[in-house]
Design a protein around this ligand. Structure first.
Ligand code: PEP
Length: 255
């Protein structure tokens, strides 16, 4: 399985950031083990698709609506994201959950919509799950994440997930943008738990091929040990993905 290094630019980015893919490639050469994905704000999707095409970097959105079109001011549908040429979409990020009402049920509908978007392949949803600090301290982290996964994936049939069109990101809420990171043991335990949930849901053959990313304060300094863990098949990176030298250093940490 290749390692996916995914950049979440959140609400950062100007049109002149279109030069960043070339800058990234000057720092990190394409290889057979790492896939790179950049998720810019929606206004940059199409221009970034064009800018990244020559560099083998995929583009994804940070959200989509579950309806195809309609009176949903300010929203973008999965089909519209696919029309830009983007191929991934982040769903259920903790900031969407906390600030924009994205419950597990909403994420389930969006995940279904993302997989159905476009002709043929559709978008690859990156479904984010993760516990709060209080939930971890109460010993409920695995139960919470298992519950989130069960609902978020509830609208998918066996034909929907073939292992290549679904990505899970484990992002403990308390680790996002804080500089705090779970212990390596806790990350490994959670990823093993997630793999188990996916096996229950889709069977071992499919579950074993679904990438499970870790996200939450990944930096060049800690990337190597996190990415070396069994069942960690990549990283979803916020702050450290805004500068290409740190994103390239994280990609270079993949062994
Ligand atoms: C994120 O926003 O998905 C994220 C992981 O952010 P950071 O890397 O800044 O913690």
């Amino acid at each position: 399985m290749k390692t996916l290094i995914a950049a979440n630019w959140k609400m950062h980015g100007k049109l002149d950031w279109v030069d960043k893919p070339a800058e990234f490639r000057s720092l990190f050469r394409a290889n057979d083990v790492v896939d790179v994905l950049i998720c810019p704000p929606a206004h940059m999707l199409e221009i970034m698709v064009r800018a990244c095409a020559g560099h083998g970097i995929s583009i994804g959105a940070q959200n989509c609506h579950d309806k195809t079109s309609g009176a949903y001011t300010g929203e973008i549908s999965a089909q519209m994201v696919a029309d830009t040429g983007a191929t991934y979409v982040i769903l259920g990020h903790s900031e969407r959950r906390a600030m924009f009402g994205d419950t597990d049920e909403v994420v389930a509908a969006k995940t279904r919509a993302a997989l159905g978007a476009g002709i043929g392949a559709g978008l690859v949803p990156i479904v984010c799950v993760g516990e709060s600090r209080a939930e971890r301290e109460a010993g409920q982290a695995e139960e919470v994440v298992g519950g989130q996964l069960a609902v978020c994936l509830s609208k998918l049939g066996p034909e929907d997930a073939d292992g290549t069109n679904l990505v899970i990101a484990y992002e403990p809420v308390w680790a996002i943008g804080t500089g705090l990171v779970p212990t390596l043991e806790d990350i490994a335990t959670m990823h093993d738990h997630i793999r188990g949930c996916l096996t229950t849901r889709f069977g071992v053959k499919i579950a074993d091929t679904i990438q499970i990313l870790y996200g939450g304060s990944v930096k060049p300094a800690n990337a190597k040990e996190i990415l070396a863990l069994k069942d960690v098949s990549g990283a979803l990176i916020g702050g450290a993905a805004l500068e290409m030298d740190s994103l390239a250093a994280i990609a270079a940490a993949v062994e």
